[in-house]
Design a protein around this ligand. Structure first.
Ligand code: 5RP
Length: 233
């Protein structure tokens, strides 16, 4: 099975969790987009859902497919969010933000009764940290914010490069800018033994807008492998 087939397999099982009339947080990334495709087909058959997208990109795809969208202010409490992840540990703690959407993803997940993660088995890890942790920061004073993050990391015994995310545009590299107009620092710690201490420390740094550690937020994970799809909860 190729990677895309695994994503579709996880997305199909997630769709079974969506009930008619639900207020649904809709995640971002390639796995979440497979889910949106399937949801769009179901909506075209008359299934009713009220969606809140977690990124401009997801919003565009939903609109193309006819999935009804609302802002989070219109629907401040959601029944369920379906989203992808970059890493999932055995306690369902996550690293997210590989696609740069973790700020809205976290706000939407926090507004949801349940958050179900969809992923292929390559995202399962024993300990978070091999995937560089995305940290969304204010452009104002980013270097000061970086110094605070480095000091925090050093105090927690974490080592590794922290680099500003770039994107390619017309063969030139430029700063990646999130939907919220912020920059992203990707922190390659390798392993994060105390994710809670890191999350709390990052949240206390003024220039940090949001980090990609999603601790105690996911209620289940649907993991696809060539052997089949299984639900962790
Ligand atoms: C975006 C995310 C994505 O859900 C995460 O990066 C996984 O993406 P993909 O399904 O493409 O591997 O957190 O901010």
């Amino acid at each position: 099975m190729d990677a895309r087939s695994l994503k579709i397999a996880a997305a199909k099982v997630a769709l079974d969790q969506v009930e008619n009339g639900m207020r649904l947080g809709i995640g971002s990334g390639s796995t979440a987009e497979e889910f949106v495709q399937l949801l769009g087909e179901k909506v075209a058959e008359g299934f009713e859902v009220q969606g809140v997208p977690t990124s401009e990109r997801t919003a565009r795809l939903c609109l193309e497919l006819g999935v009804p969208l609302f802002s989070l202010d219109e629907l401040p409490q959601l029944d369920l969010t379906i989203d992808g992840a970059d890493e999932v540990d055995p306690k369902l703690n996550l690293i997210k933000g590989g696609g740069g959407a973790h700020l809205r993803e976290k706000i939407v997940a926090a507004a949801s009764d349940r958050m179900i993660v969809i992923a292929d088995e390559s995202k399962l890890v024993d300990e978070l940290g091999a995937f560089p942790l995305p940290i969304e920061v204010m452009p104002f004073g980013m270097t000061s914010t970086l110094i605070h993050i480095e000091a925090l990391a050093s105090g927690l015994g974490l080592a590794g490069d922290i680099v500003q995310r770039q994107r390619q545009r017309d063969e030139r590299s430029e700063a990646y800018v999130t939907d919220g107009g912020h920059f992203i620092l990707d922190a390659s710690f390798g392993r994060i033994p105390d994710a809670e201490a890191l999350a709390n420390g990052l949240a206390a740094i003024p220039g940090v807008v949001e980090h990609g550690l999603f601790l105690n937020m996911a209620t289940a994970a649907i993991i696809a492998s060539p052997a089949g799809v299984r639900m962790l909860n």
